[in-house]
Design a protein around this ligand. Sequence first.
Ligand code: CP
Ligand code: NVA
Length: 307
Amino acid sequence: MRHFLSIKDFNKTEILEMIALAQQIKDETKAKKFVPYLKNQTLGMIFEKSSTRTRVSFEVGIYQLGGIGLFLSSNDIQLGRGEPLKDTARVISRMVDMVMIRTFEQSRLDEFAKYSQVPLINGLSTEYHPVQIMTDYFTLLEIGISSPVVAYIGDGNNIAHSWLMLASKLGLDIRVATPVGYECDENIIADAQKFAQESGATITFSNNPSQAVKGVDVVITDTWVSMGQESEKEVRIKAFDSYKVDSNMMSLAKPTAVFMHCLPAYRDYEVSEEIFEQHSETIFLEAENRLHMQKGIMVWLDNHRND
Ligand code: CP
Ligand code: NVA
């Protein structure tokens, strides 16, 4: 059985298999052909943090695959009152066919997976957001950008980390610019550099966003204040002041460059209203593709249940 906790755990062939499945299922869905790949299966969806896209896309996705989703907010289940995660895992995984969790530390996913009888999917942790970054790459392929040079501008957070994993597995060129003190996690960088040696990926880090975006195909950013960091908001806004993706910043990228954002986007902090609206077609395709990409991942995991 395989879990989907980080892109780190998958090789290039497997990543591309999931994307191909997502494209196939998207084409079928668009043709109003709802193939029940996960007929009668139940997806438990545990949320310890807020969500719009992840909740809706997983719930609609499992339904369109012939199954049903259970929304389990930690505010409402005993987990939020202190029932151990390992007990929650042992109970829920006896009743459902797959689980998705949005949580804090990645170690919580590892613990759940250890006690789970069914495949587990990471719907965002403090360290990673793998379903989002698979979707980002799926979206780039769909709009005809297959070997992008990518700049990630902003916080060295879950989005940056998952992009590092994807780029290093697929052999892409990624340039990450973060303010001093907000760099990516050292262990995750070390893993990415190890995978990059095998794949031929080029990974560079700097504290210079203008340098990082020079000539790239794709510019990516994310909120400066992730969920759980609300108390640091004022300090962070000051530290990230020169990291806003605006027309000056975008003009340094290729003239054909696209801008992506996982959403929610905070205007006039990490991105200007102008750049956001100029690139809204890509951004909302990226949001829609969460639905299709996650169906690909769920079906792939189901196909590998007995591995
Ligand atoms: N991008 C993303 O995961 O959005 P939500 O927080 O709304 O799920
Ligand atoms: N980095 C953000 C992503 C939200 C989808 C967070 O963790 O809050």
